[in-house]
Design a protein. Structure first.
Length: 128
């Protein structure tokens, strides 16, 4: 937040133009790709009945390809969100990255997790 304030102060002081400020603000905002039209994988976790996602992760496709090297072979991949744990080992990450790299767009993976006494949780992976 402090970086955004500094950028706005520079505009107010006439040190940079509004266009320059917009570019700087866009670079600070993870919702937008930094390199223009580069593809990215989006991991979104929502809970049934919630008005907004619990988790939004944006990963440039090139970084996702590189990250495949660090996924343990035949190991468990667990994620914890709040008081819920998810086993992500069943996701074929290599296939998802290959589909995204081949030009697939939209949703590549969708998983619904139901826990007794809790609202369903939805895990979606898609390309934008």
């Amino acid at each position: 937040m402090e970086d955004k304030r500094k950028i706005l102060d520079m505009v107010a002081e006439g040190k940079i133009s509004a266009e320059e400020a917009a570019k700087l603000l866009e670079a600070l905002n993870p919702k937008f790709p930094i390199h223009g039209k580069s593809k990215r994988l989006v991991f979104r976790i929502t809970q049934e009945g919630a008005s907004k996602p619990k988790v939004n992760i944006f990963i440039p496709l090139k970084l996702a390809k590189f990250g495949l090297n660090f996924i343990p072979k035949n190991g468990k991949i667990n994620a914890s969100i709040g008081d819920s744990d998810f086993d992500m080992s069943s996701i074929n990450w290599k296939e998802i990255v290959e589909m995204a790299s081949s030009g697939e767009t939209g949703e590549l993976f969708n998983m619904e997790v139901e826990e007794e006494g809790k609202p369903a949780t939805y895990i979606r992976i898609f390309v934008e």
